[in-house]
Design a protein around this ligand. Structure first.
Ligand SMILES: Cc1ncc(COP(=O)(O)O)c(C=O)c1O
Length: 405
């Protein structure tokens, strides 16, 4: 519910972008958190609703007889979008599931090490910790700085943490809390030179950054489609280099382990079915890639460029208004930006799952924007997202609302 005090504070909510009509986002809200769960446009949801109708009309025909018929065009479209071959790509429900599959498939020995960074995603870190615990292995954490001045500041700590026991490095393509685009090609090249395989957590990357997965040099890459590709929730992929496919098990073992389908790899057999579920989000991935790609005359490259420029512009507006210094060069951003909060918001202990100011911004001003805290320093930040439906005025409105808090 959006409350009237907005008027009393004389803050006028900016008019929505013309693109906003394609989304179901609640009228009167300013949605600056595309990054957390994405938001799916109406035409893609309509395509999903149509598929669900078909599934409920003919459950067996849909989920058994014609399953692959609907899945394969989606796989081909997503593979093409990320520069990969369809045979090397499987759908998963989300990046967390993919990280589970890869890490649980490692044959770790006592003393082995799994490498991650201090800016990784908590759920994925938990996978490393649990699997390492079971194998008497250990998790080594490369401490990445924030604020950060240069790529070297991010590459060097990772390389310093590598040793001869390192079995796998989990590297984010875009970090969640700090919204940094890591210099992935460089990191992967250096890791390869040291004989270390990488699992890239690209949860935010598809639809935010141009991707050519085979060229990157990772062994494994997972990306969400429900974030920046705007597919329905539950659509993500895992790409695996061919030499790594044979030993990989999905997070959920099902029929595929002993049921081969002609024309599919065993890797695809294992991943394509994880028990009865609603596969329509996967099947709509092609529609999401296609629909978003037609929104602007310059297609996806224009969306990527525009969202990046908007994130940089929005960050600058907020920093100027609140007297803050941007914590990284603009070139290290994609379509999100994390901004340290002004001094008066620092040093306030967390008392609930969601910070009070985040709730106040929503309840008083209709602004959805995430606040975060860094574990070691308890430094507080907020993170803005920039998607096609966000006009620049929404960042000014956020800055004004922050001043009024
Ligand atoms: C870097 C990173 N990794 C993994 C995830 C997990 O994504 P999901 O919840 O879709 O598995 C997120 C979610 O925001 C993320 O930011």
């Amino acid at each position: 519910m959006i409350n009237p005090p907005v008027k009393e504070l004389k803050l006028t909510r900016p008019p929505p972008s013309p693109f906003r009509r394609h989304w179901l986002l609640a009228p009167g809200t300013v949605f600056l958190n595309h990054g957390s769960f994405g938001a799916c446009p109406k035409p893609v949801l309509e395509a999903q609703a149509e598929l669900r109708q078909q599934m409920e009309a003919e459950p067996v025909q849909f989920l058994w007889r014609r399953y692959e018929q609907r899945l394969e065009p989606a796989r081909a479209a997503v593979a093409h979008f990320v520069g990969a071959k369809p045979r090397d790509l499987v759908f998963v429900t989300n990046a967390t599931t993919a990280v589970n599959a890869v890490v649980r498939s490692l044959a770790l020995r006592p003393g082995d090490e799994l490498l991650t960074t201090s800016q990784d995603y908590n759920a994925c870190r938990n996978v490393l910790v649990e699997i390492a615990r079971r194998a008497c292995a250990r998790v080594r954490i490369a401490r990445l700085p924030f604020p950060v001045c240069s790529e070297d500041d991010l590459v060097e700590p990772i390389l310093r943490a590598v040793n001869r026991r390192t079995r796998l490095a989990l590297i984010d393509h875009v970090t969640s809390n700090t919204a940094l685009v890591l210099p992935l090609e460089r990191i992967l090249r250096e890791l390869e030179a040291r004989g270390v395989e990488a699992l890239v957590d690209g949860a935010h990357a598809p639809g935010m950054l141009p991707l050519n997965l085979p060229k990157l040099g990772a062994a494994y890459y997972t990306g969400n489609l429900h974030k920046w590709v705007c597919a329905p929730k539950g659509a993500a992929f895992l790409w695996v280099r061919q030499d790594k496919q044979a030993r990989l098990q999905p997070a959920v073992v099902s029929h595929g382990n002993n049921t081969h389908r002609p024309g599919f790899s065993h890797f695809q057999d294992r991943f394509d079915w994880a028990g009865t579920f609603d596969p329509t989000a996967w099947m709509c991935a092609r529609e999401a890639v296609r629909w978003m790609g037609r929104l602007l005359p310059g297609g996806w490259p224009e969306i990527l460029r525009r969202n990046h420029q908007l994130a940089v512009h929005g960050r600058q507006l907020i920093c100027d208004k609140l007297g803050l210094t941007p914590p990284c060069p603009p070139g290290m951003l994609g379509a999100m930006a994390t901004i340290p909060l002004p001094a008066r918001f620092q040093g306030i202990a967390k008392t609930a799952r969601i910070d009070r100011e985040q709730l106040l911004l929503y309840d008083r001003f209709g602004i959805e924007v995430p606040f975060m805290r860094f574990k070691r320093t308890d430094g507080r930040c907020l993170r803005i997202s920039a998607q096609i439906y966000n006009p620049a005025a929404e960042y000014e409105y956020l800055a004004a609302a922050m001043q009024a808090l």
